[in-house]
Design a protein around this ligand. Structure first.
Ligand code: GLA
Length: 392
């Protein structure tokens, strides 16, 4: 449920008015168009915020207690800002406690708050519902406490919450785009300098369409960490070989890679090839979109999927099937898995006129072959986290 009046009604039923500052805030999920598993390699990514989001309502309290009600799961937690430690029981509480912890560690003073939130971002689908929860919590706490935390700082703080408190070693992409996403634009982010450029997706003949495979393998976290380690091994190898300062795989050219790849263990060589070539694809893709060449961009998406499937090995049968089915449809320029992988969603670039036919066929065929009805979301690039209202 995302109607503000109704949400305030529930809020008022749940909590007694403290008379202090209150407000409503939102943060979106994201889909990554290209640049997968490059963020933690200090590389390039091109995500956009989607029009699915979490809305949080909050009011300050006079004490150090935070009470949170999750409308979706009808679950409630309560914690003190003086005793923050990860909960084994209420995993979702860790996103909120982690954010509060990082805000305080960054030197900001917080008061307690009463909070409720409601989400329409599909969970465990690779659309960053957890980053959105972190970001909306950070924005709510910052605004209610009148703290000036800039969006990039907020993204880093939320990432640290996920790394340190939730225990997932994610990169910066999801939190960054949830904070900074803009309507009609994708964000080209340099995950080393943290600079970004807006890439226009205003051409109304084309549309981004997301297919949710509705599967999620339990492997994601362990395989994710394994890939990070494998990339580190490749970096160490090139440091020795090239005898120069190499911070990450983005510092290796394709030619250097080709020259030395045979000396690397085969698996590591493939992991490195994915990251090095994917960084190139993001840069080339941004140029293509800049000249309005959507076909070229679609082609790069297709190559990205192949690389994620064969070299980085983070795809799965259902994602490959969705990509194969998509590429057989008329009007499809590109299709690839998006997010960490091992399930979740694919992202597709389509000519607008073909969307209905695409949706019908993908649903039919995927259901026929897997027994699962996929969900399909047509979403324009949406805006990032924002204040919906603030009453002081
Ligand atoms: C997850 C992580 C991101 C990024 C992607 C893969 O979504 O949270 O930081 O690494 O996987 O591109």
């Amino acid at each position: 449920m995302q109607n503000l009046n109704k949400l305030w009604k529930i809020f008022n039923q749940k909590f007694t008015d403290t008379g202090l500052t209150k407000g409503a805030f939102s943060a979106p999920g994201r889909v990554n168009l290209i640049g997968e598993h490059t963020d933690y390699n200090e590389g390039f990514v091109l995500p956009m915020a989607i029009d699915k989001k979490i809305i949080m309502l909050g009011q300050l309290r006079n004490d150090r207690i935070v009470r949170v009600f999750d409308l979706g799961y009808k679950a409630e937690i309560k914690f003190s800002l003086d005793h923050l430690s990860p909960s084994k029981k209420d995993i979702w509480a860790n996103y909120l406690m982690g954010v509060a912890d990082e805000i305080q560690k960054a030197g900001y003073a917080l008061s307690g708050a009463n909070l409720i939130f409601s989400s329409n971002i599909p969970q465990r689908a690779g659309l960053s519902s957890s980053a959105a929860l972190e970001v909306v919590t950070a924005l709510t706490m910052a605004q209610l406490n009148l703290l000036e935390i800039k969006p990039v700082e907020m993204a880093h703080l939320c990432r640290r919450a996920e790394n340190n408190f939730v225990g997932v070693a994610c990169g910066i992409m999801d939190q960054y785009v949830s904070c900074l996403g803009q309507k009609n634009y994708a964000l080209f982010i340099d995950c080393r300098s943290n600079d970004y450029d807006l890439v226009s997706l205003k051409n109304h003949n084309y549309q981004i369409v997301i297919c949710n495979s509705k599967v999620q393998r339990g492997l994601v976290d362990s395989e994710y960490n394994k890939r990070k380690e494998e990339c580190k091994i490749a970096v160490e190898f090139f440091k020795h070989k090239l005898n120069r300062e190499i911070g990450a795989l983005r510092d290796i050219s394709i030619d250097e890679y080709k020259k030395y790849k045979d000396q690397l263990p085969e698996v590591i060589a493939r992991r490195a090839r994915h990251v090095i070539s994917e960084n190139r694809r993001v840069q080339t893709g941004v140029e293509a979109l800049g000249r309005g060449d959507y076909s070229a961009f679609g082609q790069l998406m297709i190559e990205s999927h192949r690389s994620l499937k064969d070299d980085y090995e983070v795809s799965c049968a259902e994602l490959d099937l969705l990509v194969d089915l998509a590429l057989k449809q008329e009007g499809v320029l590109g299709a690839r898995m998006t997010g960490a992988g091992f399930g979740g969603c694919t992202v597709n670039l389509l000519r607008r006129d073909y969307i209905d036919a695409f949706e019908k066929t993908i649903k039919q065929e995927y259901k026929k072959m897997t027994g699962i009805m996929p969900d399909i979301y047509v979403t324009p690039p949406a805006e990032g986290a924002k204040v919906l209202e603030l009453r002081q």
